[in-house]
Design a protein around this ligand. Structure first.
Ligand SMILES: Cc1cc2nc3c(=O)[nH]c(=O)nc-3n(C[C@H](O)[C@H](O)[C@H](O)COP(=O)(O)OP(=O)(O)OC[C@H]3O[C@@H](n4cnc5c(N)ncnc54)[C@H](O)[C@@H]3O)c2cc1C
Length: 494
């Protein structure tokens, strides 16, 4: 008897649901399995004590013409789920040399919009004659061809940005922004990734937000897959990928086995190869390569439920000249040498979508900062304590408004997303780090050496930041697989 499914997708984060939706569109019967009860992965929606929020990711870039627009259109929720295009982000620059605070409020308009550049310059108090570097950077971004970008794969983003001679506050702004977008040190991030992303923001803006929360789009995608003959099973952990005759043929879950000719895993490259399939099914070279891949940092922090309106912008990012992170600064902090203000972001989705917070909760705010991805790394606790200390200084009414406080760290992130299978790995924010030698043309391939096994999501085959990269990867894999089948069908005269 033939398998009831054309494909099994492991994981219903954006990598998984993007792939499943594309396959369903092409007529495949797809089974989507997730260990969590609901779809969304790290963007899982949660309702608790009078408020609704997505666990972690809250907004994304680009804000226009994105893969999220494509997915929302495909699954029929364009009107209800997307988007708040006038989303606003505040950059709070702490000028420690002059003991001043500068606030720059940026709408989600394309960064190339002259009003945004003018606002940045004004907010950072930069005299016009010091804006040459910013103009050179803008011009360089619009001139770069795909070949130029590929040639930047081996150049650190920090070295490339410094070439443009940006004034110090603007350089700090870009470095801090790249830390936030890629969650890796600025000197480990390839300039190709940085330039592609900055150009995407230039053309498409940033700060895309999803009404009802990000997770609602993953849920709509799964409903679409089910309308087209597929199935979503939550609360179902894949324990093993079944291999027969040298190819992946199905999965073993706690509820039994399921079979399909194509298995797509968004459970992470390292957990998939080293745990779900097992190293014995791959050549030693591939296993060593997979073991050697570096994870991104973790984002760790606190979620506050607040009785008052403490924050006035949906997103705030706090940085100084001392707080953006390269590898040396991160290591210094690890050794106990911290800047006065750690990099800190705050997101408050109810400022976009008031329905998300019900009295007595007026705001749910997520604070985050950077730490190693290993589950028990002691630096995480230190980061969280410093974030809270900094937040209390910056928003004096915060403490008296706290109705509830939940700290989150790498262990929580791993529980919702990928398993820890190597030291220093498991709680990564994105997935594999977008670091030199691991992205651009060196990005891990979504096609594994094991026939029948593919990867989708943050670790394989796309570029860009966070959720967008994961969704792009998933949709690309879905497109590639369905095009392949059409090609095979034509060739074999089906
Ligand atoms: C604190 C935090 C804040 C973030 N903020 C942003 C943001 O604002 N904007 C942004 O763009 N990105 C943000 N990100 C990054 C973003 O969440 C990820 O890049 C993206 O969600 C990755 O999607 P994915 O599909 O690759 O993986 P995931 O979302 O991790 O999905 C993987 C899925 O696989 C499932 N799974 C794993 N193993 C198994 C198994 N054995 N059996 C069954 N199911 C399994 C998991 O349960 C999970 O649902 C943030 C991340 C964190 C942690």
């Amino acid at each position: 008897m033939s398998a009831p499914w054309d494909a099994i997708v492991i994981g219903a984060g954006f990598g998984g649901v993007g792939c499943a939706a594309r396959l369903a569109e092409a007529g495949w019967r797809v089974l989507v399995l997730d260990k969590n009860a609901r779809p969304g992965g790290k963007a899982l929606g949660v309702s608790r004590a009078g408020s609704h929020y997505e666990l972690w990711p809250i907004a994304g870039g680009p804000a226009r013409r994105s893969r999220f627009h494509e997915l929302a259109r495909l699954v029929g929720v364009e009107q209800e789920a997307l988007l708040c295009p006038d989303a606003v982000c505040e950059f709070l620059y702490l000028d420690e040399r002059h003991g001043r605070r500068r606030s720059v409020v940026v709408p989600a308009r394309p960064v190339a919009d002259p009003r945004v550049v003018a606002r940045l310059a004004y907010g950072l108090r930069l005299p016009l004659h010091r804006l040459g570097g910013a103009l050179r950077l803008g011009a360089a971004l619009s001139r770069l061809t795909e070949a130029d970008l590929d040639a930047l794969d081996a150049t650190p983003a920090s070295a490339w940005l410094r070439r443009h001679g940006l004034p110090r506050p603007l350089e700090s702004f870009f470095f801090a922004l790249l830390n936030l977008l890629f969650v890796v040190p600025v000197d480990a991030l390839p300039a190709s990734e940085a330039a592609r992303m900055l150009r995407q923001l230039q053309l498409g803006g940033a700060g895309r937000y999803h009404r009802g929360g990000y997770g609602s789009l993953a849920e709509a995608a799964v409903r679409y897959v089910e309308r087209r003959g597929g199935r979503f099973r939550g609360g179902t952990r894949v324990e093993r990928v079944l291999v027969e005759g040298g190819r992946a043929v199905g999965v073993q879950t706690q509820h039994g086995a399921e079979r399909a000719p194509v298995i797509i895993s968004s459970a992470g490259l390292q957990p998939t190869v080293l745990k779900l399939v097992g190293a014995a099914h791959f050549e030693q070279d591939y296993v060593s390569y997979v073991r050697g891949l570096r994870p991104s940092w973790a984002l760790v922090g606190v979620r506050y439920r607040l009785s008052e309106r403490v924050f006035h912008r949906p997103m705030t990012y706090v940085f100084s000249d001392e707080s953006w992170l390269d590898a040396a600064r991160f290591e210094a902090a690890r050794q106990g040498r911290w800047p006065r203000h750690p990099l800190l972001f705050v997101t408050v989705p109810a400022l976009w979508d008031p329905a998300l917070a019900q009295p007595p909760v007026r705001q749910v705010a997520l604070l985050g900062g950077f730490a190693p991805a290993g589950l028990d790394d002691p630096m995480q606790r230190e980061v969280i304590a410093r974030l809270e200390q900094s937040a209390r200084r910056l928003w004096p009414t915060l403490e008296r408004s706290v109705l509830g406080r939940e700290r989150y760290d790498a262990r929580h992130v791993s529980r919702i997303s990928r398993d820890a299978v190597l030291p220093g790995q498991g709680g990564e924010c994105i997935g594999l780090g977008q670091v030199l030698g691991q992205c651009g043309r060196s990005k891990p391939s979504p096609q594994t050496p094991l026939p029948g096994l593919w990867l989708a999501g943050a670790d394989a085959g796309a570029s860009g930041c966070g959720t967008h990269q994961a969704l792009d990867s998933g949709m690309l894999v879905g497109e590639r697989l369905s095009a392949r089948r059409t090609h095979d069908a034509r060739r074999e005269g089906w």
